[in-house]
Design a protein around this ligand. Structure first.
Ligand code: C2E
Ligand code: CA
Ligand code: CA
Length: 390
């Protein structure tokens, strides 16, 4: 007896008869509480009316290699659905599409994407490809090559089920992902184990330091949403927000402008963490220098950042402006600017071979400003949290 609930012939017929369709599950921004994107998830509507979920046919498609045909058949359908959704809702949405590692072994899929982007059939930035970390672990040269080519043509890549593979950190180091999707298992276990809760939050913080966005999957309850709202993760996805919906129901959800609770405290926290981190990196460089170790020019160069480019700056000159009336917000700007100036001075001193006394002076100045920035941010966070509770 076959290990699969359907046969390859049945699946083949289903594709030819166009029985596969997409359901859409929204992703919600923790910052605005609005739908910020969606993930397209396959469903098989059988002629007897039954609706099959991917778990009953994707494993067979993967094992038989037929998945590449499904991807190639469904990708144009996705573009069609995206156009329809944008036209009906007036909202050109970010859409995530799941692909398999096998789609990256040959040129078929990348060819389709290149053509669609080249003909401006789709704006590459509106599309996102999700691939599980387990499947890219094979380190096949072709997979790496194709992933990089997709990114070069402007398509963001998202690492799905993050935390379930075997070598996540190494994969992150090598491949050009721009988003991590924290696996739903961590969220499910968050209330049973403080370790899982810490892992979710530490993953979000790590992603932030690496310049990656995080999407947290598997939010099934209001409690889980509330617990993650201030985590600094960008988006949430899960049954409590919405189950995957048939296309027209999804359009209705967009038209109704559904709104969930929102908070910008997470971004504020990330700004804080980003600055603590940057301060520590500078201190490390100075320690190394004072201990007669050389500091690479590349490392020094990476620390040069304009005041509006760092996480705190992006927040301050962007969404953080909602705090513009608070004295603590206003008082942040000066020490923050000074921190960046001193940072540049420190890097220049280190590359010019300044003496220990001069480096120590610059370090004290840096710390003075950093302390002011942190104190203001702490007070602002408390104010923002208290406001959110009203
Ligand atoms: P995935 O990419 O991890 O997709 C998320 C799955 O979690 C979806 O299951 C979704 O319905 C489910 N989910 C969403 N929110 C919650 C929640 O709060 N709680 C729980 N318990 N589950 C939640 P679905 O639609 O059954 O898809 C299963 C898997 O099938 C997907 O996992 C993906 O790996 C694969 N898949 C779906 N569509 C495609 C496709 O077009 N191509 C490929 N290659 N794989 C696909
Ligand atoms: Ca996915
Ligand atoms: Ca997933």
């Amino acid at each position: 007896m076959s290990a699969y609930p359907v046969t390859l012939d049945e699946l083949h017929n289903a594709v030819q008869r166009r029985e596969l369709e997409f359901y859409f599950q929204p992703k919600v921004s923790f910052l605005t509480g609005e739908v910020s994107g969606a993930e397209a998830l396959l469903r098989w509507r059988r002629d007897n009316g039954a609706l099959l979920e991917p778990d009953s046919f994707i494993p067979l498609a993967e094992a038989s290699g037929y998945i590449t045909t499904i991807t190639a058949e469904m990708f144009p359908r996705l573009l069609f659905d995206m156009d329809h959704i944008a036209a009906e809702s007036g909202d050109p949405l970010h859409m995530a599409f799941n692909i398999s590692a096998q789609d990256l072994l040959g040129q078929r899929f990348t060819g389709l994407v290149d053509e669609a982007v080249g003909r401006r059939r789709v704006n590459g930035e509106r599309l996102e490809l999700e691939i599980t970390e387990a499947s890219v672990l094979a380190h096949e040269e072709a997979i790496e090559h194709n992933l990089c080519a997709l990114v070069d043509s402007g398509i963001p890549l998202s690492m799905d089920d993050y935390g379930t593979g075997y070598s996540s950190l190494e994969t992150l180091e090598h491949l050009p992902f721009s988003t991590l999707k924290v696996d739903q298992g961590f969220v499910t276990r968050m209330f049973e184990s403080s370790k899982s809760a810490t892992l979710v939050k530490a993953t979000v913080a790590m992603a932030q330091m690496l310049g990656l966005k995080t999407v947290i999957e598997g939010i099934e309850t209001h409690g889980a949403y509330a617990a993650l709202l201030h985590s600094g993760g960008m988006e949430g996805q899960g049954y409590w927000l919405s189950k995957p919906l048939p296309r027209e129901d999804f359009v209705t959800l967009l038209q109704n402008r559904r709104q969930w609770p929102a908070s910008s405290v997470g971004l504020l926290r990330m700004a804080q963490l980003g600055h603590v981190w940057q301060h520590k990196m500078l201190m490390d460089m100075a320690y190394a220098y004072l201990g007669d170790e050389s500091v690479g020019a590349e490392v020094l160069h990476a620390m040069h950042m304009d005041v509006s480019e760092c996480v705190l700056g992006q927040w301050y000159y962007g969404i953080g402006q909602r705090f513009a009336g608070y004295p603590d917000f206003v008082n942040l700007e000066k020490p923050h600017r000074l921190m960046h100036l001193v940072c540049r001075l420190l890097c220049d001193s280190l590359s010019a071979g300044a003496d220990r006394g001069a480096v120590a002076d610059v370090l004290s100045e840096l710390t003075r400003n950093a302390t002011e920035v942190f104190a203001s941010l702490e007070r602002l966070e408390t104010q923002a949290l208290l406001e959110d509770l009203h």
